[in-house]
Design a protein around this ligand. Structure first.
Ligand SMILES: [Fe+2]
Ligand SMILES: [Fe+2]
Length: 271
């Protein structure tokens, strides 16, 4: 039987409510999925904007190996020194040169295995940063020489751009997992050349909201068409992500299972 590696990927943590849920349940999730490697998207932790050294340290102590971020990380000034100094907290690689931080990381697991994590950001309906497809090619030229297992967090808005990236990277990486929209999609599959794919893993945050933000404020912004300060919501917490099992020898995915758990998890049988 092939030796396998289990990756636990947690979708965008939103606000204190999201962080509390992860604080409480990440250890049981690691156990349930026999996770060898844990990757967490932390772009929305502090009031919906980025994370600081404090939250990163806590996530690492809870079992995270690599933390990815996204467009909202730049709105928190305290995230920048973290990106600049911690090589295991990454941001999309295709932001223009001159921004702090790195776009990929290599997690060295205690048993010596290595997992590469690459983050890319889409351009459709987002900032017109460098081409994520070309950026992926040049990053993979370096990463593939160092590790067989590579997980891509594709932080993008448009479903078309996301599946296009899935096809572009099929057979070149172990998984392309979408983040950013905060809405879990029902299209998880293994592409023909062995890459696990899902358009979006969904957010780990309060669902009594608009994408994690208080719904009353979001409605004002839509209806009044003026600026209203977003606040993170608190109710109907859910933990979203995906578990990907990878064949260590080939780096190809064997299975992908997205999940969405309510929090508090009232029936431990759910886990
Ligand atoms: Fe997000
Ligand atoms: Fe985002």
């Amino acid at each position: 039987m092939a030796r396998t590696l289990s990756v636990l990927f947690i979708g965008d943590i939103v606000g204190n409510a999201g962080m509390n849920a992860i604080r409480t349940f990440l250890p049981s999730f690691i156990q349930k999925y026999s996770a060898d490697c844990v990757v967490i998207n932390g772009e929305n932790i502090v009031n919906g904007k980025g994370l600081t050294e404090k939250e990163a340290t806590e996530l690492f102590s809870l079992g995270a190996h690599v933390i990815t971020t996204g467009n909202h990380v730049w709105e928190n000034w305290q995230s920048r020194p973290l990106l600049a100094t911690n090589p295991l907290v990454i941001r999309p690689i295709n932001y223009p040169v001159g921004n702090p931080g790195r776009g990929y990381a290599i997690a060295s697991l205690p048993d010596g295995r290595k997992v590469g994590v690459l983050q890319l950001q889409g351009r459709t309906f987002m900032q017109s940063i460098d081409c994520p497809f070309r950026a992926a090619d040049s990053a993979l030229a370096k990463l593939q020489a160092q590790c067989k297992i590579i997980i891509v967090d594709f932080h993008a808005d448009a479903t078309a751009e996301k599946i296009a990236m899935g096809w572009h990277l099929d057979g070149k990486v172990s998984a392309v997992l979408g983040t950013h929209t905060h809405i879990q999609t029902a299209d998880a599959r293994i592409l023909p050349n062995g890459t696990a794919y899902v358009t979006d893993v969904g957010m780990t945050g309060p669902y009594d909201s608009v994408l994690g933000m208080q719904k009353e404020i979001a409605l004002k912004r839509f209806i009044l068409q003026t600026a209203h300060k977003y606040e993170t919501a608190t109710d109907d917490m859910r933990i979203c992500g995906a578990n990907v099992i990878i064949d260590e020898q080939t780096g190809k995915a064997i299975s992908i299972k997205p999940f969405m758990y309510p929090s508090p998890i009232t029936d431990i049988g759910e886990l």
